[in-house]
Design a protein around this ligand. Structure first.
Ligand code: AHR
Length: 493
């Protein structure tokens, strides 16, 4: 039998507080995410409250979502906020040119988003339209949303049903400005960013301002933006986008279902490259003018696979592979808890690596949803350094550490440990030394096949099962099945 892997948790080496915002979500107008997935309108037969479907809202409430980024993404640079306010019957019918020229009825606009976030207890992250809007339009939007006093725009908000202002916690000026956000050179964007950041103000407390930065392969773009002499006064953070493709080919990313073991392995290998992307980016920040509080915002990440016939809805199935990819990334973010201020998985419902899939009145929770549910105790916990000699998975030239572990101390004084076995075919035994009597409770998500998933026909095919163990001094021993994510809480007596 293979040797047990010993896992040492270094409670004397705290890394930092895991910002709850690391568990952030991303809500863009794409495919059936907003319309059907969240917003069905007041007249729908699907049970809803103020137009938001009840089943999806209830499922999302369980996740303690800390923050939601809206309205895009690429769509943010086509969005004109005045199209989405006022009586539903008078909303502008537009076309979503960012995502396949689909209908954009504007039923879900500013009021719907801010009320939705408020009811979920989530902070708000607004992405303003830099590429096809004006600074004046954005400035008016901020006034409409946040101004408490007398002004025509604040009064318009009141007429439209909201007396109190809402809060914009985070603000991004532009999105992927190297691509769909305008194909700008870094210097051109830096100048425009600086101009907008100078003008844009909210009523009340100012939001954290985030520069739209790099994707994984153009870190230099961010380095150049940060050479603008005023950036440290005009911004509090910068973003990184990193998508995991099973292959390395944007034209043939790989399939959501029915993939081979080798494609599982390349997916894991590509996921683990997030570590280099984050570390390289942090080096860029260290070498720039910004100070230690300046945050890294991984405000888009997740699995991106082929959609049928180039369908622009970005709808994809979600398997245990997605669950493992989510957990590997979250562990990695915990390892950088001192520097990562927020991350937003792409995306929340029906788009890319979604928490939830819907079809008409039906709803399915994905393996990624369950990982987010299991990881809730990590929000706000203190991350610790962990060491182990992970067994290595190796096949046909692809090799990676099969195990990933993260440990933290939560507000109840318990130690929480997340263990991922990313090996597609082999289980691994672990031991965790503990002192004194401990009761261990936990949840384990395991895929019986490489592409185990929930469907509308079989909505509960994959779900976490509960674990309960005891240790009296010595070790906690556990077998981690291939393709599994386990979260344990160690309670001392
Ligand atoms: O998440 C889908 C898209 O990916 C976003 O709109 C864009 O910012 C990125 O390219």
């Amino acid at each position: 039998a293979a040797a047990q892997t010993k896992i040492d948790i270094h409670t004397d080496k705290p890394i930092g507080t895991i910002q709850p915002e690391i568990y952030g979500q991303f809500l863009e107008h794409v495919g059936t995410q907003v319309y059907d997935g969240i917003w069905v309108g007041h007249e729908s037969d699907i049970p809803n409250t103020d137009g938001i479907r009840n089943d999806v809202f209830e499922a999302l409430s369980v996740l303690d979502i800390p923050v939601i980024r809206w309205p895009g993404g690429c769509y943010a640079d086509l969005y004109h906020w005045k199209d989405g306010i006022g009586a539903q019957s008078e909303r502008k019918k537009r076309v979503n040119m960012a995502w396949g020229g689909t209908a954009e009825p504007n039923g879900f606009g500013t009021h719907e988003f801010f009320n939705f976030a408020e009811k979920l207890g989530a902070k708000t992250y607004l992405n303003v339209n830099l590429a096809s809007g004006t600074v004046n339009e954005a400035s008016d939007w901020l006034e409409y949303i946040t101004f408490d006093g007398e002004s025509d725009l604040a009064n318009l908000r009141r007429t439209n049903g909201r007396d109190k202002p809402w809060t914009i916690d985070y603000l991004s000026i532009g999105n992927e400005t190297w691509g769909c956000g305008g194909h700008m050179r870094a210097t051109a964007y830096a100048d425009q960013y600086a101009q907008w950041a100078t003008i844009l103000k909210t009523g009340g407390e100012q939001p954290t301002r985030i520069i739209s930065g790099s994707h994984q392969d153009n870190i230099d773009y961010s380095a150049e933006i940060l050479t603008h002499p005023n950036m440290s006064d005009l911004s509090e953070g910068i973003s990184l986008h990193y998508y995991t493709l099973p292959t390395d080919d944007w034209d043939d990313k790989g399939a959501a279902l029915g993939f081979s073991e080798l494609e599982w392995a390349s997916t894991i290998k590509n996921t683990l490259k997030m570590e280099a992307a984050v570390s390289d980016f942090l080096k860029v920040l260290d070498a720039s003018q910004v100070d230690g509080d300046f945050g890294l915002y991984v405000d888009e990440w997740g699995m991106w696979v082929n959609t049928e016939d180039g369908d622009p809805s970005l709808h994809q199935q979600n398997t245990i592979r997605d669950g493992v990819v989510a957990a590997l990334n979250l562990n990695l973010f915990h390892d950088h808890a001192d520097r990562i201020a927020m991350t937003n998985i792409a995306q929340m419902v029906n788009v890319l690596q979604a928490m939830i899939l819907t079809d008409g009145p039906e709803m399915v929770l994905t393996p990624t949803y369950y990982v987010y549910k299991m990881y809730r105790p990590f929000q706000g916990a203190e991350s610790y350094a962990v060491s182990m000699n992970s067994p290595i998975y190796e096949k046909e030239g692809i090799a990676f550490d099969a195990l990933s572990v993260s440990a933290a101390h939560n507000e109840n004084g318990d130690i929480v440990i997340a263990l991922v076995n990313a090996d597609p075919s082999t289980s691994h035994d672990i031991e965790i030394p503990v002192v004194g009597d401990v009761t261990i409770t936990g949840q384990q998500l395991y895929g019986a096949e490489l592409d185990a998933h929930n469907s509308f026909e079989e909505p509960d095919a994959i779900q976490p099962k509960s674990l309960k163990l005891k240790a009296k001094g010595g070790d906690v021993d556990l077998t981690l099945p291939a393709r599994s994510v386990t979260v344990l809480t160690l309670e001392k007596h």
